[in-house]
Write a protein that binds this ligand. Structure first.
Ligand code: ADE
Ligand code: ZN
Length: 339
């Protein structure tokens, strides 16, 4: 790749809008936390664990991801996890991050909701001071579990409403369409949360329609299957519903055989607010800048495309208009001065 474009990608200020905090657990930190919590691991070494990170589909990844999250027991574990991510994201010039967390992964093991959220929130505050990175939390319901369990999780979240900007839907898409969560998202909206949903990752464009029309999702996570549906592309463009695409995730989970097939360029050409994100970086082989670099290489993205993608990340962020303008001003300043 052209050295200038590489430098542009690495340094451009950006927002990350699709990252699962449990999916940022680096093997080294996983081993460290397991040791201090006296948890015996299936893998004998960090190397051996890393070698298990080969997936044929989303479910194979999820099995390993949920197993990894079992080392997280105490508030400090959630703090260390989030702090490590925010530090790493700052190194990639992420100035704002919207972070998913999956409370059911923890509450179903007897960890309290408070343990999880207190650790995350403390890290958000410290990272803001230390790295000047702003961040927000999006709670996700695990879609392989029941809608009743989602209702219970929403109840646990209500006392912490001020710490959570939005509610999303993640985990196994196959057999668990957005319509399964129609009722609970009605309640989510009554509480005034921002609504997002993973849809059209492994599943069909129909799931993106359901997320928009039934759940009233305001941003779609992945949504790559939308490329198959002309009407849906029009809908995304006209309603300005952004997509948070994660190219290395799509490659590692075999959603596409090659990065050149990830439809980022096509979404850009269709004037859709598409963004680039990392999803679960240690599992998929790269943080946000690596996603930008490899996508740029595979799709022949230009400096103008990269600018647009970074601009889209701020357009798609769930932040007050004044903050959005400050971030976009900073982006334009960077572009103007770059040589
Ligand atoms: N949870 C963590 N990563 C995920 C992904 N890519 N899709 C669905 N659920 C997830
Ligand atoms: Zn995801």
């Amino acid at each position: 790749m052209d050295e200038n474009l590489k430098r542009y990608i690495l340094n451009i200020p950006k927002a990350e809008l699709h990252v699962h905090i449990e999916g940022t657990l680096e093997p080294e930190l996983l081993f460290e936390i397991a040791k201090r919590n006296n948890i015996e691991l299936k893998h004998a070494s960090i190397e051996e664990l890393k070698q298990s990170y080969e997936f044929n589909n989303l479910q194979e990844f999820l099995n390993i991801y949920y197993a990894g999250a079992k080392v997280l027991l105490h508030e400090q574990d959630f703090y260390d996890l989030a702090m490590a991510y925010l530090k790493r994201a700052h190194e990639d010039n992420v100035v704002h991050a919207e972070i998913f967390f999956d409370p059911q992964t923890h509450t179903n093991r007897g960890i309290s909701f408070e343990t999880v959220i207190n650790g995350l929130v403390r890290a958000q505050k410290d990272a803001r001071e230390q790295y000047e990175i702003s961040s927000a939390l999006i709670m996700c319901f695990l879609r392989h579990l029941s809608e009743e369990s989602a209702f219970e999780t929403l109840e646990m979240a209500i006392p912490h409403k001020d710490k959570i900007i939005g509610i999303g839907l993640d985990s196994s898409e196959e057999g668990n369409p957005p319509s399964k969560f129609f009722n609970v998202f009605g309640k989510v909206r009554d509480h005034g949360f921002f609504v997002v949903a993973h849809a059209g990752e492994e599943g069909p464009a129909e799931n993106v329609w359901e997320a928009i029309e039934l759940l009233e999702a305001e941003r779609i996570d992945h949504g790559v299957a939308s490329i198959d549906d002309e009407l849906l592309l029009e809908k995304l463009r006209d309603s300005e519903i952004p997509l948070t695409v994660c190219p290395l995730s799509n490659l590692k989970l075999k959603v596409f055989d090659d990065l050149s097939e990830v439809p980022i360029k096509k979404f850009l050409d269709n004037d859709i607010i598409v963004t680039i994100n990392s999803d679960d970086p240690p599992y998929f082989g790269g943080y946000i800048n690596e996603n930008f670099l490899q996508a740029a290489q595979a799709l022949n993205l230009t400096r103008e495309d990269i600018f647009k993608l970074a601009q889209n990340s701020f357009k798609a962020a769930y932040i007050p208009e004044t903050e959005r303008q400050t971030m976009i001003d900073r982006l334009e300043e960077f572009d103007k001065k770059f040589e």
